[in-house]
Design a protein around this ligand. Structure first.
Ligand SMILES: NC(=O)c1ccc[n+]([C@@H]2O[C@H](COP(=O)([O-])OP(=O)(O)OC[C@H]3O[C@@H](n4cnc5c(N)ncnc54)[C@H](O)[C@@H]3O)[C@@H](O)[C@H]2O)c1
Length: 256
């Protein structure tokens, strides 16, 4: 076995990616499959989730598509149960589903503000809780949550107070779960990407995107591919001593 494979020990690990039907989730799930991991796709988008699961199966590992809204505790518990039963265990969870809203704070309706918190923060709590319960029972595992550089800084010029608050919440939730579950050998970490070219960002007003590039240290946006190795590391045995950490992958955006 190549040393890198031995070091990371990813082959045969079983788990799921929420928001895995497209964007960051789909690309990371594909990277996992290419390392021999069984990956279930959890998403509200049935058609795209099924397409992603088929593409992953074609790489020679097991997959399944589960339609699930991460804001529903019942749906999340049932979904995680189906995955753990179907795969015969649960080693990792990448809790990545998220949405944004760029309405100014003085104008946004409570229900729209709350929707962002529900998906980005409560959704991470519910999927992590369901995965954590399984991992506590089975003797350990790795949970990776998608936060954002928006949990550290306030993006400009777009208004996104709910998004920023939700992502700051994900970072502190991650650390809290890491402390609670360390005795159970369940590691909990998060990633904080900077601007990444996906459906979430490509349709944003061009003058805002131009402003991001003027503020950026590196001269372009990142791609989902830029995040794959970081998530694989946190899911792997190579990260056995890493818990409660936030891996910032933002092209240096938050350094200055
Ligand atoms: N794109 C960026 O610049 C960027 C930067 C930092 C963090 N992030 C975060 O990365 C994650 C993935 O974002 P992306 O850029 O790939 O976005 P995306 O819009 O391309 O993908 C998001 C996925 O989440 C799914 N989803 C949305 N609501 C859901 C729900 N309630 N239940 C289940 N699935 C749901 C969507 O159907 C979609 O497949 C998000 O948490 C986002 O906040 C993105």
């Amino acid at each position: 076995m190549a040393y890198i494979e031995e070091l990371f020990g990813l082959k045969g690990k079983k788990g799921f990616v929420t928001g895995g039907a497209q964007g960051i989730g789909k690309v990371v799930a594909t990277g996992m499959a290419r390392c021999g991991m069984d990956v279930a796709i959890v998403d509200v988008n049935k058609e795209k989730a099924e397409e992603a699961a088929h593409q992953i199966e074609a790489l020679g590992v097991r997959s399944m598509a589960l339609v699930c809204d991460v804001t529903s505790a019942e749906a999340v518990d049932a979904t995680v149960d189906t995955i753990a039963t179907g795969f015969g265990g649960l080693d990792f969870a990448f809790n990545n589903a998220g949405i944004a809203n760029n309405t100014p704070t003085e104008d946004i309706d409570l229900k729209d503000w709350q929707k962002v918190i529900d998906v980005n923060l409560i959704g991470v709590f519910l999927t992590a809780r369901a995965a954590g319960r399984k991992m506590i029972a089975s003797g350990g595992g790795s949970i990776i949550n998608t936060a954002s550089m928006s949990g550290h800084i306030v993006n400009r010029p777009q208004p996104q107070s709910a998004y920023n608050a939700s992502k700051a919440g994900v970072i502190q939730l991650t650390k809290s779960m890491a402390i609670e579950w360390a005795p159970h050998k369940v590691r909990v970490n998060c990633i904080s990407p900077g601007y990444i070219r996906t459906e979430m960002t490509v349709h944003v007003r061009q003058d805002w995107q131009d402003s991001w590039m003027r503020q950026s240290v590196l001269p372009s946006m990142g791609t989902p591919e830029d995040l794959v190795a970081g998530v694989l590391y946190l899911a792997s045995d190579a990260a056995a001593f890493t818990t409660g950490s936030d891996l910032v992958m933002d092209g240096g955006f938050t350094v200055v």
